[in-house]
Design a binder for this molecule. Structure first.
Ligand SMILES: NC(=O)c1ccc[n+]([C@@H]2O[C@H](COP(=O)([O-])OP(=O)(O)OC[C@H]3O[C@@H](n4cnc5c(N)ncnc54)[C@H](OP(=O)(O)O)[C@@H]3O)[C@@H](O)[C@H]2O)c1
Length: 333
């Protein structure tokens, strides 16, 4: 009999998520009904928003109920099938949850050809929600025009690194913001940004003045907080702020800090607009069709950061909030 491991949310975290907020449970694998598939989960996508899903906060998705398997996107291989649409051996992606195995009726599971990707994990990065977030956030909300100045925070991260590269492919001047010299070197030398500001060691306002002397046309915000405030002071006329995420605020409990310098939007006649990638899932093919040629031309790549073991999910999640991750954070199950 096969044992299935699953990680359950057992308490609402205060501050950074702790190991004790989760509990690993072992159960016996259930037999398949007609129409079911058994998925051996291989990789989990570790996303900053998971911290929000763990709270009672009102969001685009309901909170994960206490006692439930922690919500997660993942990919895996079909190892048994009673559903004619899914062959044994095929790869699927979907909301698997933090577990080693999932029995599903196939609804919400997308098949993909892992042999055509540099690594199966790309189905969770460039060709998954991460890539769609970067592509639609920049194009649909940012409305980029060639030659404009784009600033991207968390530029060495999963979404940010894709935004930097897409921005360059679209002919923008791209300034990345990242924590530390290694990440900044990566943003410049590998991703092709025009410059990268190490916000942890440089004076951010002075560096933005230096690199964006005429101001910022598009700010792709992944972090919020002080960084958003610093960029708000440098907006160009008709600037767009793409409100993708605010990771600096996710562990703040009820103390989320709003931007102090939002009045700059008035004089800049600027716009700040949030979006959620789930509203774009039906347009996935459009984004993939646009990005695939950039991947083929070597203009768009994805760095994966893989932590091994389902039991290390809490640590992998914490890495996002300390900046320990370097690239798309995955857990290999
Ligand atoms: N709107 C949507 O639909 C959508 C979809 C996916 C993701 N997102 C958002 O996009 C953002 C990036 O997600 P991701 O998956 O690509 O994660 P990621 O960028 O790969 O990892 C998070 C990064 O955030 C930076 N960071 C952490 N704490 C910070 C702080 N206090 N101040 C400044 N930077 C901090 C760290 O980079 P450094 O080491 O450089 O500081 C860290 O590596 C998140 O805010 C996420 O919620 C939104």
């Amino acid at each position: 009999m096969t044992t299935v491991r699953s990680l359950h949310l057992v308490s609402r975290p205060e501050g950074h998520p702790k190991d004790s907020d989760f509990e690993m449970r072992d159960t016996v694998a259930v037999p398949l009904q007609d129409g079911d598939i058994r998925i051996a989960v291989k990789y989990l996508s570790i996303d900053p928003a998971m911290r929000v899903w763990m709270t009672e906060a009102k969001s685009y998705w309901p909170p994960v109920p206490l006692g439930d398997v922690m919500r997660s996107a993942g990919i895996g291989e079909v190892v048994e099938s009673k559903n004619p649409k899914f062959n044994v051996g095929s790869w699927v992606s979907g909301m698997t949850g933090v577990r080693s195995e999932l029995v599903s009726d196939g609804k919400g599971m997308q098949r993909f050809d892992a042999s055509r990707l540099p690594h199966p994990g790309w189905a969770l990065s460039i060709f998954g929600a991460t890539g769609l977030t970067a592509y639609f956030g920049l194009t649909d909300i940012g409305h980029p025009k060639e030659g404009e100045v784009l600033v991207v925070s968390a530029a060495a991260g999963a979404v940010g690194s894709a935004v930097v590269q897409i921005g360059k492919a679209l002919g923008l001047k791209v300034i990345g913001l990242a924590g530390g010299p290694d990440k900044c070197a990566f943003v410049k030398d590998t991703l092709g940004a025009d410059a990268c500001i190490d916000y942890k060691s440089e004076n951010l306002s002075a560096a933005l003045r230096e690199h964006c002397p005429d101001g910022v046309d598009i700010y792709f915000d992944n972090v919020g907080g002080d960084i958003l405030d610093a960029v708000l002071k440098r907006l160009r006329l008709k600037a767009r702020i793409v409100l993708c995420g605010g990771i600096s605020q996710y562990n703040a409990g009820g103390e989320t800090r709003g931007p102090a310098n939002y009045l700059s939007l008035i004089s800049a006649r600027g716009r700040m607009e949030g979006f959620v990638v789930i509203d774009y899932l039906h347009r996935a093919e459009e984004a993939i069709a646009a990005m695939a040629p950039w991947v083929a031309a070597g203009k768009l790549t994805s760095k994966l950061d893989v932590v091994e073991g389902l039991e290390n999910f809490p640590e992998a999640l914490r890495r996002l909030y300390t900046g320990a991750n370097f690239g798309k954070q995955l857990v290999q199950v």
